[in-house]
Design a protein. Structure first.
Length: 67
């Protein structure tokens, strides 16, 4: 899903490099807010579990980026 969010947000990528960074950060932030909201809706998850799952999600997003 994160790939689709990035592709949708980047569009044709015809804007300046700095704008690209800002836009990608905004997409990551939006995506992670949605993930956190969904995790909080799951009954029984502790704050620590939510934090750990969020960290895993961030790692996956970062791993997606080219090295």
């Amino acid at each position: 899903m994160e790939c689709a969010v990035l592709r949708e947000g980047l569009g044709n990528s015809t804007f300046a490099k700095e704008d690209t960074k800002v836009r990608i950060k905004a997409l990551f932030d939006e995506y992670l807010r949605e993930v956190e909201k969904n995790l909080r809706s799951i009954e029984g998850l502790s704050q620590e579990e939510i934090r750990e799952l969020m960290q895993n999600e961030v790692r996956e997003l970062v791993d997606y980026l080219p090295k």
